[in-house]
Design a protein around this ligand. Structure first.
Ligand code: NAP
Length: 299
């Protein structure tokens, strides 16, 4: 039986519409406008595309968007001075620095400079620690997006076997923590995992975040499992010269024959990431103002 397709694009649009409704209420009832500041260092074309998409979607949900472009050779002290200013600005509730940054800057130091209460990418050790200890913080956007998709698909995940392939700080570790919080029995697999196919085949929830095109095959998938494909690999388009095509970590067509539900690439997890950045900005704003947090948009 073919799996149902988890439409991340439609789900993300729904999340953004809920955020926009909440922003209207915040403005009307409390005179508050959530604000997101994005810092871009240098002129990396891919980063410029991401930053433009973030700005567009921020404005579309009624939030204030503050863009700061710095030259590629900006001294660390100047970048930190800007982050300090944004940390202190009451109109800014979320701050992110678009990565990668030029080599002379240390990404960990940049993240550490951002006030954890405004770290809407959820990348700081403070927010990672809060998640690991089951306390309230801000959660990395892509795992938060996957959690929202899984909750929508499955409702309660209590007692389910969950396998996450990948153990990065950006995705694998926070995803594992979130699934643990949902009372799953969690395995985090990685490049040294033995018998990976067998480990995956016991998962009720299989999340792949590796970056190796179509590595997950049909016999890695337990019949009836829910499969979330986070990986992105760009290859030359087989039919359109000069164009590229995106592939996920999951061999989609064959795995869709076995799974109960599956995310496509593109159009699955990808659109959830910016939606969750906006959700985190709204959450950070509500916390800063002592107001109720938006329902269904946090971990
Ligand atoms: P990463 O930091 O490179 O981590 C990759 C992980 O995969 C590592 O833990 C690595 O294990 C593991 N791995 C590598 N080869 C493996 C193998 N043969 N078998 C099992 N595990 C293996 O990457 P990331 O930042 O987590 O991102 C992972 C993928 O998700 C990438 O394709 C990225 O583009 C995509 N992504 C997409 C979104 C989105 O919005 N859709 C957001 C974030 C990431 P070791 O730790 O042992 O090296």
């Amino acid at each position: 039986m073919a799996a149902s397709v988890i439409d991340g694009k439609a789900f993300a649009a729904d999340v953004r519409s809920k955020i926009a409704d909440h922003v209207v209420r915040l403005k009307e009832e409390h005179g508050v406008t959530p604000g997101l500041a994005v810092v871009l260092v240098g002129e990396d074309p891919a980063s410029e595309v991401y930053v433009a998409a973030k700005h567009k979607q921020t404005v579309e949900v009624g939030m204030a968007s503050f863009e700061h472009k710095l030259p590629a050779d900006v001294p660390e002290a100047e970048l930190f001075a800007l982050i300090d200013k944004l940390n202190a600005d009451p109109d800014v509730h979320g701050i992110l620095c678009q990565f990668p940054v030029p080599d002379h800057l240390d990404e960990r130091a940049v993240v550490a400079r951002i006030d954890p209460a405004k770290d809407v990418d959820g990348l700081s050790v403070v927010n990672a620690g809060l998640l690991a200890s089951g306390e309230k913080g801000l959660v990395s956007c892509t795992p938060l997006g996957c959690l929202m998709l899984l909750r929508d698909q499955l409702g309660s995940m209590s007692g389910m076997e969950a396998v996450v392939i990948g153990r990065s700080n950006l995705f694998g570790k926070p995803m594992g923590q979130l699934l643990l919080k949902e009372n799953c029995t969690v395995t985090i697999a990685h490049s040294r995992t033995k018998d990976l196919a067998e480990v995956c085949a016991r998962a009720d929830i299989l999340v792949a975040a590796v970056g190796r095109a179509e590595m997950v095959k049909a016999d890695w998938v337990k019949p009836g499992a829910t499969v979330i494909d986070v990986g992105i690999t760009r290859i030359p388009h087989p039919e359109k010269p000069g164009k590229t095509k995106l592939l996920g970590d999951v061999a989609y067509a064959e795995c869709a024959e076995v799974a109960k539900a599956i995310t496509p690439v593109p159009g699955g997890v990808g659109p959830m990431t910016i939606a969750c950045l906006l959700a985190n900005t709204l959450t950070a704003c509500c916390r800063a103002k002592g107001l109720d947090e938006p329902a269904g948009l946090t971990a």
